[in-house]
Design a protein around this ligand. Structure first.
Ligand code: ADP
Ligand code: MG
Length: 343
């Protein structure tokens, strides 16, 4: 048996101290971090961006196939992704956890290792949180704070007719990773002697379990003097996200199937499951890429960036939201979306 330390042995304050003692401060804006009634943040004339997310065991993650270190990493990353989607840089996070007695100190250590990694990688300070017991399941609530030069934040509602619609990275991988993990879980529950064979699926499983927030794209915008006209992150599939941008900007759009970036690994996994890779990209969730619109004049600035694909353009609202298939058919885009309420 591996070591198991009950959290009760440390007590609440001992636990908080234990979990947070290795976090260092990276940002001048962090005036006061963990240890007082509240953190103090000074963004020195910049504007502050705030976002929060709740992750519940059994709804948003399954501990049967989610390593706790990955979960801690992902809990931070999904919030940072929302900050980047505002064209802002994340600077602080708070981490609140509700822990059931199933979770040992060793398990929580692993979770905080992931939190630490994500904070280090993105230069973000952990400045607070809350700790409680939970009657059922592991509960995680993260708040991320970021900064942006005055009025340089990018909303969903400001796309213009004729703008190019772009996405970063590739799409559908996380949904296919989820599909394979759910399948392996089912097989395992039926026969625990069968070990999962995920060797060829490491890309899509990685897309699910350890997503990355696209800091590189925001840095590229800054270096290339690009300010997107609208932007959001892709957490629910691009069908749903593009409809948000259209609705909030009072415009229509055209998206081309052949332009949607899908990795070879995702395509192969989709065929294996009898799924259409395009449908996975449109409606699958949790890719944490960015979708944004650009003025046509900016096209030359992105042409050499292989991490950015132009998938369509914005039209008048009267034209609706259209999808052109490879076969030459046109469909209305509908929001299937990735929705935790429908699971
Ligand atoms: P309060 O009684 O004011 O809620 P706590 O004793 O809960 O204060 O927290 C003490 C300090 O530790 C605060 O700075 C709080 O933000 C921080 N903190 C509490 N829980 C966590 C956690 N799980 N991760 C990081 N910081 C935490
Ligand atoms: Mg508290």
């Amino acid at each position: 048996m591996e070591n198991r330390t009950e959290i009760a042995e440390l007590g609440e304050f001992g636990l908080i101290d234990h979990l947070t003692k290795n976090f260092e401060i990276h940002n001048a804006s962090t005036v006061l971090g963990v240890g007082d009634d509240a953190a103090v943040i000074d963004h020195f004339g910049k504007q502050t961006v705030v976002t929060t997310d709740l992750l519940l065991e059994g709804i948003h993650f399954d501990l049967m196939y989610t390593p706790l270190k990955h979960l801690g990493y992902k809990a931070v990353i999904v919030n940072l992704s929302d900050i980047y989607a505002m064209n802002a840089m994340p600077t602080q996070v708070t981490m609140s956890i509700g822990i059931s007695n199933r979770i040992s100190l060793e398990a929580l250590n692993e979770f905080y290792e992931g939190v630490f990694l994500a904070c280090e990688k993105h230069g973000v300070d952990l400045v607070g949180g809350d700790t409680s017991t939970s009657n059922k399941g592991f509960i995680i609530s993260v708040t991320a704070i970021g900064e942006v030069a005055p009025d340089k934040f990018v909303k969903r509602s400001t796309a213009q007719k004729g703008d190019l619609i772009c996405v970063s990275g590739d799409l559908g991988g996380a949904f296919l990773g989820l599909t394979i993990m759910e399948r392996e879980k089912k097989i395992y529950l039926e026969n625990s002697n069968i070990q999962p064979d995920l060797e060829n699926e490491s890309y899509i499983v990685g897309r699910l379990l350890k997503p990355e927030a696209r800091k590189d794209i925001i840095e590229f915008f800054e270096q290339s003097e690009i300010v997107p006209t609208s932007m959001m992150d892709v957490s629910d599939g691009i069908s749903s996200e593009v409809l948000h941008i259209c609705k909030q900007s009072s415009l229509g759009c055209v998206i081309y199937e052949e332009k949607i970036p899908i990795s070879d690994e995702s395509r192969q996994a989709a065929y294996k499951f009898g799924l259409d890779p395009t449908v996975c990209a449109l409606n699958g969730g949790e890719d944490y890429e960015l979708i944004f619109t650009l003025k046509q004049e900016d096209h030359d600035k992105i042409i050499l960036n292989e991490e950015i694909s132009v998938i369509g353009y914005m039209t008048d609202i009267e034209e609706g939201c259209k999808f052109h298939s490879k076969g030459g058919n046109t469909f209305n885009i509908t929001a299937q979306g990735w929705n935790a309420f429908q699971k």
